[in-house]
Write a protein that binds this ligand. Structure first.
Ligand code: UD1
Ligand code: PEP
Length: 419
């Protein structure tokens, strides 16, 4: 398996292009199940998760062309096979997003239960309760979710007890082809959901309240072809912002949207990092020292859980202490022991971690357990003295496009060691 080698200590200088968002592309690809298309998605990132979703949709019977040079995905056709198998779903939890579209369009589906993962148990009960409220009969059998709605789904008023990105996306897509009106209350309002809603509207869906926590959908009998530009990846942008900050460099993030970085940009500024819009781009620079800032993860527009590990790496070398509280996932501190192996002083207890900044980290061989944990170790490696080897790179390849090339282009001493 490939590994990444980093020799730390170089301030990053230059420009990094931000790719299309993984977490927008995955639901957008699932939305192709709602119409015969073609659905053309521009600014598509080249990631392992995109390849997994492509394989899943192809096995459902769609054609999915990925033109890497043009950065375009073209999805067309109608699903002929309504089962999402364990072997694909286990690779990527977002596979469960095919459930809503399949039941809405075909009246039935069978999707492997995604199960937990290294960051938490991650149930899908809200997805299932929402579909039940829309008239589907749900069964669980042999590790599979069975959903049946032979006469189609009916609009419903669904109030989410907790904010869920995936459940909002699944039910939003299902509601587009349900009969009548659906209201999603306490819906997630991450920028990726707004992006999905805009694409659905381009396909002919009627959705009001886009960008708010209350989505109102008037069901249609069918959706049509559309072309959509995928929103830039705010988590990738935030990660490279931390890379510039941790190395004391100055980097232009091409295409990063300030409004999507919201709480992350505010927190970086509090920590002593400059974040300034330059045309359509964002410049991130750090000229002086970093200081500790407390952070609590929350649904958007709060501080993203997907930025927690990267921010923790930054706080590991800040002056003073920082308390980092994770409220979304119950087990998202797996990077703590690895960062500590690099000389960080972090104590995690329950949902909070106290990070006591140290003047410098030291390179070490480290092991990553999930996507954002992996990249936090790369960030730590960029700032550390000596050599860091990050093992289990497959996590990184799920969500970061050419990470080592993008960082090397701004001066990092980083390379992939094929293995
Ligand atoms: C592909 C994608 O977009 N993944 C993102 C998505 O994951 P995902 O959509 O899985 O995350 P959710 O927003 O659904 O999860 C939020 C919380 O709700 C809980 N929950 C969720 C669904 C449910 O039916 N029941 C339930 O209890 C989860 O266990 C978690 O504690 O949003 C997360 C939170 O911003 C991000 O970290 C992930 O990167
Ligand atoms: C947790 C993440 O992804 P997923 O929901 O696909 O596991 C992530 O992108 O950080």
């Amino acid at each position: 398996m490939d590994r990444i080698r980093i020799r730390g200590g170089r301030p990053l200088e230059g420009s990094i292009p931000v790719s299309g968002a993984k977490n927008a592309t995955l639901p957008l690809m699932a939305a192709a199940l709602l119409s015969d298309g073609p659905l053309v998605l521009r600014n598509a990132p080249d990631l392992a998760d995109i390849a997994t979703m492509r394989a899943l949709l192809i096995q459902h019977g769609l054609t999915v062309e990925h033109d890497r040079e043009a950065r375009t995905l073209t999805l067309a056709g109608e699903a002929s096979h309504l089962e999402a198998p364990y072997d694909l779903v286990r690779k990527m939890r977002a596979s469960v997003l095919v459930l809503g579209p399949l039941v809405a369009r075909h009246g039935r589906a069978r999707v492997s239960l995604p199960g937990g993962c290294s960051i938490g148990t991650r149930p899908v009960d809200l997805h299932l309760k929402g579909l039940e409220a829309m008239g589907a009969t749900i069964t669980l059998d042999a590790g599979y979710i069975g959903a049946e709605a032979p006469n189609g789904l009916k609009g419903a008023r669904i109030i989410f007890p907790v904010v869920s990105v995936g459940a909002t996306e699944n039910l939003l897509m299902a509601a587009c082809l349900a009969e009548g009106e659906t209201e999603l209350v306490n819906a997630a309002r991450e920028p990726e959901i707004e992006d999905l809603a805009r694409c659905l509207v381009a396909m002919g869906a009627r959705i009001e309240g886009i960008g708010t926590d209350r989505l109102h959908v008037t069901g249609a009998t069918h959706l049509a072809a559309a072309t959509h530009d995928i929103v830039p990846d705010r988590i990738e942008a935030g990660t490279y912002a931390c890379a510039a900050a941790i190395t004391g460099g100055s980097v232009l993030l091409q295409g990063a949207r300030a409004e999507h970085l919201g709480a992350v940009a505010r927190t970086l500024r509090e920590a002593g990092v400059e974040v300034a819009a330059e045309g359509d781009d964002l410049r991130i620079s750090r000229l002086n020292g970093l200081h500790g800032v407390d952070v609590m993860t929350e649904p958007f527009p709060g501080f993203a859980t997907d930025m927690q590990a990267q921010f923790m790496a930054l706080m590991a070398v800040a002056e003073g202490a920082s308390m980092i509280t994770e409220t979304i996932f119950e087990n998202r501190f797996m990077h703590v022991p690895e960062l500590n192996r690099m000389g960080a002083r972090i104590n995690a207890h329950g949902a909070s971690a106290i990070v006591r900044g140290v003047p410098r980290l030291s390179g070490a061989p480290v092991m990553a357990t999930d996507l954002r944990a992996s990249v936090s170790l790369i960030l730590a490696g960029l700032a550390a003295e000596g050599e860091t080897i990050v093992n289990r790179v497959y996590h990184l390849d799920r969500g970061y496009e050419r990470v080592e090339q993008k960082l090397a282009a701004v001066g990092a001493d980083i390379e992939r060691i094929p293995g």
